[in-house]
Design a protein around this ligand. Structure first.
Ligand code: FAD
Ligand code: NAG
Ligand code: NAG
Ligand code: NAG
Ligand code: NAG
Ligand code: NAG
Ligand code: NAG
Length: 530
């Protein structure tokens, strides 16, 4: 019954590292640490039972899985492949390329276009969006932590755990120094130097790229623990959760999944282990991200009843909040042509945080084709009021659900957007930036308020910090348990009603660790009370 435990292929692993070094393909495998047991053979997992089943090996799912596995058997199901030895994921030189090389079911980045017409992306690989993102690492404010009611001491420990494993102090590139001076010239003060804290002014943040330009995704956290009881199933897409009804109550008992490159008719199952004491069942935990988690709840029959009826999904629970409160921070960016000598992609290392934490400004260099790059300076509105929703578009779990964010729908957001345009103008036209580029930014900003509003509507884009869909208080309680059913939690970006700090990745990595520790403590408590 018990699946074959972790394989310590230490010798093999050393040989692998040697090969990687020899061929200079970067590796982010934590040296001297063992990898978890990984397989993409669905038959190995089909019909087996585990204490915990985690759906989605992304930013939050990996630290959660490794933490729970310190005491329990864990199955981590990821629809994508492993990130190791994929230069498009690992090597900073190729930052941004996965976003332009997408396909329907296999590429490491999956693109989606919201009903607003804005193109967007999410990760489809072990490591999740931390495998395709800018890697900028910055904690949430103390205020945020207090407001959401987390244990401050445990939060600090969880951030530090993450930081000791995958976070680095960057060496500023030329372009990042220029952006830094531009932010200061635009009046985004004080200058705070290197800091992981969320503080007003201009600062250098942490990064998950090390000094060799190698990315360390959340997947590295799995190999970074003590020997652990975690089975990673790759290339398998979860369809839905299996529930068992008992009286008027449903309890999660397992999952149904398909091969990511297989047919939707070929369905496999994995289960939660039957506990020795009936009070201590394990759980299914969704960590499939802002798009994936609400989608899986809907496919499992949890959500607005009428919507599920349209797809002939048998109804488990009428939970109206599923897919609601979808928020994406509206963003503007100025793209400038890259000088030939700066054609390599560049990740953000510096950030400007304006007064009252309203706007966040960063710069980078991104590829727009195999050969050409652009240098965007981008700004986002930190606390937008406009909200949208997510609905199914298909019962195939590999298809994107339909998402609408309603960017700038609220008057206040549109008003703030005109201020964003002015800030952006200030940075892009700073002496530092113009001297460096030797030419003017390509899209000239308008100056009259009406022109600015129009500019905002036409140019609004994503900063990739979309969140919501399973928010705390409407879909999950303060312990991230889904309301109205037993044995099911959601822990990832979909639970946020506000994007924390400057960028959410740090807090989501932290949240996986934090909730893992909380769950371990909770169960320890329960078994003592028995
Ligand atoms: C291009 C880009 C740049 C960004 N830059 C930054 C940055 O510099 N700094 C920062 O802080 N944030 C950045 N972000 C945001 C940040 O990366 C995300 O907010 C964060 O990674 C989301 O974490 P998550 O755990 O919620 O979801 P994810 O990390 O996306 O994980 C979800 C996982 O679930 C898997 N999954 C989904 N559905 C299923 C299913 N049905 N079955 C099995 N598996 C499934 C996915 O493949 C994925 O691995 C960026 C995002 C993007 C897209
Ligand atoms: C996952 O699927 C991809 C695409 O089909 C394949 O190239 C890759 O080898 C698979 N990964 C594993 C671990 O089998
Ligand atoms: C709807 O589901 C029922 C069983 O739940 C099935 O008999 C019926 O064929 C389905 N209809 C469609 C249109 O899929
Ligand atoms: C890349 O640029 C070179 C010349 O600089 C050109 O010959 C080649 O065709 C370009 N490749 C692509 C894919 O655009
Ligand atoms: C189930 O019934 C009990 C007792 O009648 C009630 O307290 C509880 O709220 C019900 N649960 C659900 C999910 O309806
Ligand atoms: C442990 O149990 C005690 C007493 O029931 C309770 O006050 C405490 O909050 C519990 N702690 C956790 C982490 O569940
Ligand atoms: C099961 O319950 C008994 C007593 O009720 C207790 O002694 C035992 O430790 C429990 N086992 C587990 C695995 O929690």
């Amino acid at each position: 019954m018990e699946i074959q435990r972790m394989v310590h292929f230490h010798g093999l692993f050393t040989a692998f590292l040697f090969l990687l070094v020899k061929s200079t393909i970067p590796s982010s495998l934590p040296q001297g640490k063992s990898l978890p047991y990984m397989t993409s053979d669905v038959e190995e997992v089909s019909g087996k039972s585990f204490d915990y089943i985690i759906v989605g090996g992304g930013t939050t799912g990996c630290p959660l899985a490794v933490t729970l596995s310190e005491r329990y058997s864990v199955l981590l199901v990821e629809r994508g492949d492993a990130p190791y030895a994929n230069p498009q994921v690992q090597d900073k030189k190729y930052y941004g390329l996965p976003l332009i090389h997408t396909d329907k079911f296999l590429s490491v980045a999956q693109s989606f276009t919201s009903k607003d017409g804005v193109m967007n992306h999410r990760g489809r690989v072990l490591g999740g969006s931390s495998a395709i993102n800018g890697g900028f690492y910055s904690r949430a404010s103390d205020d945020f932590v207090k407001r959401v009611g987390w244990d401050e001491e445990l939060v600090k420990e969880a951030y530090e755990w993450v930081e000791s494993k995958v976070v680095y102090k960057p060496m500023l590139t030329m372009w990042q120094s220029v952006v830094e001076f531009g932010l200061l010239e635009a009046g985004i003060l004080p200058y705070n130097g290197y800091s992981l804290e969320h503080i007003e002014g201009t600062k250098i943040g942490g990064t998950i790229f090390d000094e060799y330009g190698v990315r360390h995704t959340s997947a590295d956290l799995i190999g970074a623990g003590n020997p652990v009881d975690v089975t990673v199933l790759l290339n398998a897409t979860v369809n839905n959760i299996i529930f068992q009804a008992k009286g008027n109550e449903s309890r999660a008992r397992g999952i149904r999944f398909i091969k990511s490159d297989g047919s939707t008719d070929q369905i496999y199952e994995a289960y939660l282990k039957k506990p020795k004491n009936s009070s201590s069942w394990g759980e299914v935990i969704l960590c499939a991200g802002t798009i994936g988690s609400p989608q899986i709840l809907l496919l499992s029959g949890i959500g607005p009843k009428d919507h599920l009826k349209d797809f002939n999904i048998s109804h488990v629970l009428d939970l109206k909040g599923v897919g609601q409160e979808m928020i994406d921070n509206p963003s503007l960016s100025i793209l400038v042509d890259t000088k030939p000598e700066y054609r390599f992609p560049d990740v953000p290392q510096v950030v400007g945080i304006t007064k009252d934490f309203k706007f966040i400004i960063e710069g980078g260099i991104i590829p727009i084709s195999v050969n050409a790059t652009r240098m965007p300076i981008a700004i986002k509105l930190a606390f937008p009021e406009s909200k949208g929703k997510l609905e199914l578009s298909s019962t195939d779990p590999r298809e994107n659900p339909s998402v609408e964010f309603n960017y700038l729908q609220k008057e206040k957001d549109l008003e703030e957007c005109t201020r964003m345009a002015q800030y952006l103008n200030g940075v892009a036209r700073s002496q530092s930036v113009t001297l460096f580029l030797g030419n003017q930014p390509q899209n000239n900003l308008m100056t009259s308020p009406n022109e600015l509003r129009d500019f905002c509507r036409r140019n609004v884009r994503t900063f990739y910090h979309y969140h919501g869909g399973c928010t705390v208080g409407s879909v999950v309680d303060s312990e991230y348990r889904v309301y109205g059913v037993k044995g099911l939690r959601v822990i990832d970006g979909s639970t946020l009603s506000e994007s924390p700090g400057t960028n959410p990745m740090a807090t989501l990595l932290m949240l996986g660790r934090y909730q893992g520790i909380k769950i371990l403590k909770e169960r320890e408590n329960a078994s003592q009370c028995n």
